[in-house]
Design a protein around this ligand. Structure first.
Ligand code: ZN
Length: 271
């Protein structure tokens, strides 16, 4: 787990923890998207961490997997940090979720190319909200193939956004030049179209917004949530991925399989 030593970063992450938001495209379309005025993040807080801007960082997670975190001001939630992954293949790379915005996604894609020598050729997006696919226009402009659930495509179109290029009904496996991933739909939870991603080589489970960080005290943005099916959805993940070594929530600090129990406890408390 990360030790935070920089006060500015601690404040940013605290904001993120307190707000625990996962922004929806619809609810943020009218939001004032002001550039962050907080103090810039300091490089080197975590070994290998690279701060690309005040609103974007990349950090080694495990093996061929990097964590990307982007921040955005979201109306009603404050400054929200959002997690995604970079999975490095031989010469190409796979992204799990874009950064929050097109600009951040452009910076992230450039960084993977210049610092890691890989071109991102595929992106898996884990639902239609803009913390998951807010950078889809930049990705598609670069000719990157974006994958998502068919329901995510439907919802993206309904929200006035471009849909993923390749869709799947309930699950798909990708092998991007050696970067292997399984994406599947475990059931409606945070959103009707939330998918999760299992990276078998690094044993990393990306739970996205349906999995809450350890510091989370509520289930987050309930706008599209399904409390009645959420617990079953978490149990479906467990059946499919019995022993993940690392579990990445949509927002906040990375943890282990305990985040699944923690999420169920929060869901029960909210019912
Ligand atoms: Zn969401």
């Amino acid at each position: 787990m990360t030790r935070l030593t920089n006060p500015a970063r601690r404040a940013l992450l605290l904001t993120c923890i307190l707000s625990s938001a996962c922004a929806s495209t619809t609810s943020t379309s009218s939001a004032t998207q002001t550039p962050a005025t907080s103090a810039p993040l300091t490089q080197g807080s975590t070994p290998g961490e690279v701060v690309l801007s005040a609103d974007l960082l990349v950090r080694p997670l495990s093996g061929n997997v990097l964590l990307h975190v982007s921040w955005k001001e979201v109306e009603g939630w404050g400054r929200v940090g959002s997690n995604g992954l970079v999975v490095l293949g031989e010469r190409e790379a796979l992204l799990v979720d874009t950064a929050f915005t097109d600009e951040q996604t452009a910076q992230l894609l450039d960084h993977v190319e210049t610092a890691h020598g890989r071109r991102v050729t595929h992106i898996l997006v884990t639902h239609s909200h803009d913390d998951r696919m807010g950078g889809i226009r930049e990705a598609q402009r670069r000719g990157i193939t974006v994958h998502g659930l068919a329901l995510t495509a439907e919802r993206a179109i309904a929200e006035g956004n471009p849909p993923p290029d390749e869709t799947f009904a309930s699950e798909t496996t990708l092998n991007v030049d050696g970067a292997r991933a399984l994406a599947f739909f475990p059931g409606a939870a945070h959103a009707p179209d939330n998918a999760v991603v299992w990276l078998p080589d690094a044993e990393v489970l990306f739970g996205g917004c349906m999995i809450r960080e350890a510091a989370g005290t509520n289930v987050g943005n309930m706008g599209d949530a399904s409390l009645s099916t959420w617990e079953d959805a978490v149990n479906t993940i467990r059946a499919r991925v019995p022993s993940p070594r690392i579990v990445v929530p949509g927002h906040g600090e990375v943890g282990d399989a305990g985040l699944l129990d923690h999420t169920i406890a929060l869901v029960r408390a909210a019912r």
